[in-house]
Design a protein around this ligand. Structure first.
Ligand SMILES: [Zn+2]
Length: 268
């Protein structure tokens, strides 16, 4: 059954050495998100070399302070050059140090309006900024195709409202950790037709007991999430929902196509 990693960063230098084996693993496609204008060319290059990569371009809230003044023109330009791309990742984050939420909101809205104007699939990052996200979504037009809240870690109580606004939610490999039961609880209750799965590789590795592809960055000593861990997220979500694995994978595939739309390049 085809399987899509709905959110990852295969352009990350930590993954460069394993990409040849990533292309051979049994994942059908990867939604690869840029973080800053400086890594957009790498995302574009990956999409050129590997047609199963779905490129997304965006400015992550952690990197707002060193953005060039021309970032929005650059974003519009790269999006125009890549028909069939998405926007991401961008979003709101009160978890980070020195969060400037007003600035985050202006960048969020700029992405959102571009996404609506060009009818692009959008991927939103939100950490501890659920009230601000809700207010922003109430004040803006909504994309007909919906949008993805990646690695949804918000309250269960917000899920119904977000579903009404068109949200899809991706289940992360990191949610397999024993202490992430609150995040798993939200995924237990979501409508199954709004769920996707992701690795966020090279970040958000599963706990070591579920990590079949252990990998460490020799430069930092940190654990690197191998993209092949996606299968563990699929298996865990199937168990959580009490749905046979193959049936769940079929649902995930339908959800991906409903959100992303038909690939304009005519590739899987
Ligand atoms: Zn990410």
């Amino acid at each position: 059954m085809p399987l899509t990693d709905a959110h990852c960063h295969l352009q990350a230098p930590e993954l460069a050495g394993v990409l040849p084996e990533v292309w051979k693993c049994d994942i059908t496609r990867w939604v690869v998100n840029g973080l800053h204008p400086s890594d957009w060319p790498q995302v574009a290059a990956l999409a050129r070399s590997q047609p199963r990569v779905r490129p997304c371009f965006g400015l992550h809230p952690w990197y707002l302070k060193d953005r060039p003044a021309t970032w929005l023109e650059e974003l519009e330009g790269i999006v125009s050059e890549h028909p069939g791309c998405g926007l991401g990742e961008f979003g709101l984050d009160r978890w980070m140090q020195d969060a400037d939420v007003a600035d985050q909101l202006s960048v969020f809205k700029a992405h959102w309006h571009l996404g609506l104007q060009r009818d692009l699939p959008m991927t939103v990052h939100c950490l501890k900024a659920w009230g601000a996200l809700q207010e922003a979504l109430e004040a803006m037009p909504l994309p007909q195709r919906g949008f993805l809240l990646h690695a949804y870690g918000g309250p269960v109580e917000m899920v119904a409202g977000l579903v009404r606004r068109g949200a899809y939610f991706s289940f992360s490999t990191s949610f397999l950790a024993a202490n992430r039961s609150a995040k798993r609880a939200a995924f237990q209750q979501m409508p199954l037709d709004r769920v996707l799965i992701e690795t966020d590789a090279p970040s958000m590795a599963p706990p070591s007991e579920c990590n079949a592809f252990p990998m460490t960055d020799p430069a930092t000593g940190r654990t690197v999430n191998h993209p092949a861990n996606l299968r563990a997220a699929a298996a865990s979500l199937a168990e959580l929902r009490g749905v046979p694995a193959l049936e769940l994978e079929g649902i995930l595939e339908d959800n991906f196509h409903r959100w992303w739309g038909r690939d304009r390049r005519g590739i899987v």
